[in-house]
Design a protein around this ligand. Structure first.
Ligand code: G6P
Length: 615
């Protein structure tokens, strides 16, 4: 979603802003803009569509040192036009702001603080009016921003330019809607929505916490707490590199990331799964965290929270936590969790799964858990992200940057992290036998090669994709561990191909979805080896009896669907507990293949954002 970049210092500002915005493109956006301080006025340039439309407006410009802000906008209030793009200014042009998040009471604020006509349909523009109005009343910039944060309802991040203070940027956060990170370097001071925009320039960062306001000058930063006290904080030294991600030989990032999954699994297993002793070990990661051996023994239940694909990882993880961890476990959609007054206590373990670590609803669920003093683990792919700062323990995925909006490799890595943590907890709680531990370790270590086999068979999947690419509706069915796989298959397909796809538990099929079945609505059935194999067989029979077409995912060597299904996708034989891994890869390839047949913008599908920072 929206991305923010700001800079004040000795280097040419406009390339820093444009390059920073480019690094934030992966978050998803539909217009962009920059505001540059030129003398004592602010020059705003904006464009709808891709960042290249904005960059082309600077082609013949001389870049100068100074102060500026940049923004990529993911439209919430008002269409993605250049008028609605940020920065927004007050009518006098004194103040310019870039904003990420939502101002819930913007209509009331417009009535109360308007300093003239509004030139956009956004909820954000009023913030520039408010700050300018308060400055005109003689308030300092920091206190004008503080009052604005207090008056505006919602959660957001904000960066502000005041033309009468050319060497100053103000950055502020309210609630958990997108982070802000301040970067320090010799040439100047930077601010951005996340570190990826700034790693080229510095490794020394301060994260702003909700309610904080920072004053950035070319060689200093001052952070104020919600109560207005100056905050002293040790800088965070980033040790990870910005992986220079290119598509390599692949036509799309999604394809590249799907094909990386065998290697991603290897890194997920390394250091946690010991193939010599056939044991699992996460003790180094748990060491020194609040989740001590005693606290582990005292856990009475586990809650898994996440959104989108990460929630599907949670649904797989629930099976592992119950089966291997021996802990009663529930899964919650993080957006629902916070609004249903969940009953929590300090013996509840909350595991959040979020590849970005910045998803607003997941962070809100974590806040709720923190208030109840729950133990918290976050499974995250982004070092330093907000979720890693909220949790007692972070299990980092190490999957490398995921650029395609549709998540692929981080799902596999999240599932493996949940598998590992379940085995580790079961072992620590003495509910897991060493035989099951060894069996799971041995079976998990076979997954990279199983995934390579699926990838090696991608032509067959693309053939099936071609056959069904014209369908406008799809049904995905699975049971047990196949159920989250079906949900993920449907989600991936709708995300990248814009085809209407429903994921259902196969047991639920007769309670409604079967009414939709006809030859124009193919069903993808997850029928791999496991406890529910026979049940899936009869569900497929029921679809065929009603004239439906079926694509079955089956385990190598199983011929029971040969005469029944219209198409069979054969997957390597893995332990049924780990069956989601090859099945998910097959469904990613199917979705990718169909979207490619339809000639769509696979990496940045319409309307979607990679990092969802608004409710
Ligand atoms: C967005 C992305 C999805 C992702 C979800 C949760 O919807 O488009 O790919 O699964 O957010 O993101 P998270 O970063 O919390 O895993």
């Amino acid at each position: 979603m929206c991305g923010i970049v700001g800079y004040t210092g000795l280097d040419a500002v406009e390339p820093i802003l444009l390059q920073g915005l480019e690094k934030l493109e992966y978050r998803g956006y539909d217009s962009a803009g920059v505001g540059l301080l030129r003398g004592n006025s602010i020059e705003v340039t904006r464009a709808s569509g891709k960042l290249s439309n904005l960059a082309s407006k600077f082609e013949n410009e001389n870049s100068e040192p100074g102060t500026g802000i940049g923004h990529t906008r993911w439209a919430t209030h008002g269409a993605p036009t250049s008028e609605n793009a940020h920065p927004h200014q007050d009518p006098s042009g004194r103040v310019a702001i870039v904003h990420n998040g939502i101002v819930e009471n913007w209509k009331e604020l417009r009535a109360k603080f308007a300093t003239g006509e509004f030139s956009s349909d956004t909820d954000s523009e009023v913030l520039a009016h408010m700050i300018a109005a308060l400055l005109a009343q003689g308030e300092s910039l920091v206190s004008a921003v503080r009052r604005t944060l207090n008056e505006a309802a919602g959660a957001f991040s904000l960066v502000i330019l005041d033309s009468s203070q050319p060497d100053v940027l103000i950055a502020a956060r309210k609630g958990n809607a997108g982070g802000l990170v301040v970067g320090l370097a010799d040439d100047g001071t930077y601010v951005a929505s996340d570190m990826s925009a700034l790693l080229t320039y510095t490794r020394k960062f301060f994260f702003l916490e909700p309610g904080e306001i920072a004053t950035l000058k070319p060689s200093s930063v001052t952070i104020y707490s919600e109560e207005g006290r100056e905050v002293t904080r040790q800088p965070y030294q980033a040790t990870h590199d910005l992986t220079e991600v290119g598509k390599g030989q692949y036509p799309h990032y999604m394809m590249k990331e799907i094909y990386e999954q065998s290697d991603v699994l290897v890194s997920s297993l390394q250091g946690r799964y010991n193939g010599l002793s056939n044991t699992i070990d996460l003790s180094t990661e748990f060491e020194g965290s609040a989740i001590s051996k005693d606290r582990i023994q005292g856990i009475t239940r586990c809650l898994l929270v996440g959104m989108g694909t990460s929630m599907h990882a949670c649904m797989v993880g629930r099976h592992y936590l119950e089966r291997f961890g021996g802990i009663p476990t529930e899964v919650d959609n993080a957006a629902e969790f916070r609004y249903r007054r969940p009953l929590l206590d300090s013996n509840t373990l909350v595991i959040s799964v979020t590849q970005s670590g910045e998803t607003v609803d997941t962070l809100a669920a974590m806040d709720e858990a923190k208030r109840a003093d729950c133990l918290q683990i976050t499974i995250c792919n982004t070092p330093g992200a907000q979720s890693t700062r909220l949790a007692d323990l972070s299990l980092l995925l190490g999957a490398g940057a995921e650029i395609s909006v549709a998540s692929t490799k981080t799902l596999l890595a999240s599932i493996m992290a949940l598998h590992a943590v379940s085995l580790f907890l079961g072992k620590a709680r003495e509910t897991l036998t060493s035989e099951i531990e060894a069996e799971q370790v041995v079976n998990a270590l076979q997954l990279p090669s199983a995934v390579s086999t699926v990838l090696g068979n991608s032509e067959k999947l693309f053939e099936v994709a071609r056959k069904y690419a014209a369908s406008e509706h799809f049904l995905f069915l699975g049971r047990g561990l196949g159920y989250p796989v079906a949900l993920e298959g449907a989600l991936k397909l709708k995300e990248v191909s814009y085809i209407h796809a429903e994921g259902y538990s196969a047991g639920e099929m007769k309670h409604g979805p079967i009414a939709l079945v006809n030859d124009a609505m193919p069903t993808v059935a997850v029928c791999t080896r496991g406890d529910v194999h026979e049940k899936m067989l009869s569900n497929v029979e029921q679809i065929k009896a009603r004239g439906g077409r079926v694509i079955s995912l089956v385990t190598d060597g199983d011929d029971s669907f040969d005469k029944l299904a219209d198409d069979c996708i054969t997957l390597p034989d893995v332990d049924p507990a780990l069956g989601p891994i090859p099945s998910i890869v097959a469904l990613q390839l199917l979705a990718y293949g169909i979207a490619r047949e339809r000639g769509l913008d696979i990496d940045q599908p319409r309307n979607l954002a990679k990092t969802v920072t608004v409710e």
